[in-house]
Design a protein around this ligand. Structure first.
Ligand code: 1CP
Length: 331
């Protein structure tokens, strides 16, 4: 069932992996992350683990936004304790990459896993497929690693914008293909993580953030995809109002730096929001967490809202804190 048809949906970003002991146990059976990420049985199990543990309404397929550069043939690895590391290539070389059939075969396991998860998952629960926003994926491809600043990538906006847009266009095509396959295999809701939107200067929003994502949405519509599309433009603060006006997503995911009370007051009432619980507060728990959840419930009581964290759960988040968020919202 897609997320919009669930009465009061609740899930957490990065609910699979990281904070769950059963995930760490499962993960320890495979040497490296990519091996795990393309193993059908591991994907099925990791995707379903949070659903088995918590009374949540959505499963998000276990994958990563960086499988797109991997499939394009940019050598990609995940270093324990450090994160992703991508082969150093010039922007021109990146724009000339083409899907490698051998690597595409790995992705077939993800699609097979989606079919199996859909069979195993209760029909009343949503299955979310996802990809990274073109800009966010380009940040990692150009920079080679995640350092939170992506200076090399942001400089390209000024220095080599034409080439950068060519790369974004390539990523649009790849993202459409990947999201479409996830949809065909059983994902009823799709999400685009534009995690590094906040690094783009406002005057460049149209070319770097808005047009590429709109192209993805438009192409999916032309392919007959009816799944609602959730978009997370992380870190753009008050510019989110303008962004929402220009981008054709169905649901806007609101990060935890945005004051949702302010947003609701300043936004048209028919826009569906998701978020925006602070993962740091979920991590801390106690009275502060209780207050935060109650504040969110109060602010969203007159509208359709998808209850979710404003960004990924932290690796050391206690299980009982996640349970207490669900408990307060469900009751
Ligand atoms: O060995 C391991 O277990 C590696 C840790 C890990 C995991 C569990 C990585 C490497 N990716 C994932 C899975 C993942 N990634 C999921 C599905 C499972 C879940 O629910 O946790 C999802 C939805 C993602 C999405 C993702 N990957 C984003 C977008 C969301 C966000 O957090 O902003 C981003 C930016 C990535 C890149 C990435 N992959 C892995 C890491 C450590 C990172 C972040 C690198 C950085 O800090 O810049």
């Amino acid at each position: 069932m897609n997320i919009l048809n669930i009465e009061k949906p609740i899930w957490f970003m990065r609910q699979a992996g990281r904070h769950l002991p059963e995930y760490r146990e499962l993960r320890s059976k495979k040497k490296n992350f990519l091996e795990f990420c393309f193993d059908k049985n591991s994907i099925v199990e990791a995707t379903l683990q949070p659903i088995k543990r918590y009374k949540i309404d959505c499963a998000i397929i276990f994958c990563d936004i960086l499988i797109v550069p991997y499939v394009l043939g940019q050598s990609t690895s995940f270093i324990k304790g450090e994160g992703p590391l991508l082969e150093s290539l010039s922007l021109e070389d990146l724009t000339n990459l083409n899907t490698l059939p051998q690597k595409e075969k790995d992705l077939q396991n993800t699609y097979k896993a989606i079919k199996e998860v859909r069979e195993k998952l209760n029909k009343n629960k949503s299955l979310i497929g996802f990809c990274g926003g073109p800009w966010t994926v380009a940040c990692y491809m150009i920079n080679g690693k995640g350092d939170g600043k992506f200076k090399v990538a942001t400089e390209k906006i000024k220095q080599e914008k034409t080439l950068l847009i060519q790369l974004l266009d390539k990523l649009v095509e790849q993202s459409v293909e990947h999201l479409y396959q996830q949809y065909v295999c059983g994902c009823d809701t799709l999400m685009i993580f534009e995690s590094w939107a906040g690094l783009v200067p406002y005057q460049e929003y149209k070319d770097i953030l808005i047009d590429p994502v709109n192209k993805i949405i438009k192409k999916l519509q032309l392919l007959g995809v009816s799944a609602p599309i959730i978009l997370l433009p992380r870190g753009i603060n008050k510019k989110i109002i303008n962004y929402i006006e220009k981008v054709n997503m169905d649901i806007i995911s609101v990060d935890y730096n945005i004051d949702i009370e302010w947003l609701i007051k300043n936004l048209r009432t028919d826009m569906i929001l998701q978020g925006n619980l602070d993962p740091n507060i979920i991590n801390k728990g106690g009275k502060e967490l209780e207050n935060a959840v109650n504040r969110l419930l109060k602010n969203t009581r007159d509208r359709k809202h998808i209850y979710c964290s404003g960004h990924g759960l932290l690796p050391n988040t206690p299980i009982k804190n996640v349970e207490s968020v669900i408990e307060i919202i469900k009751n």
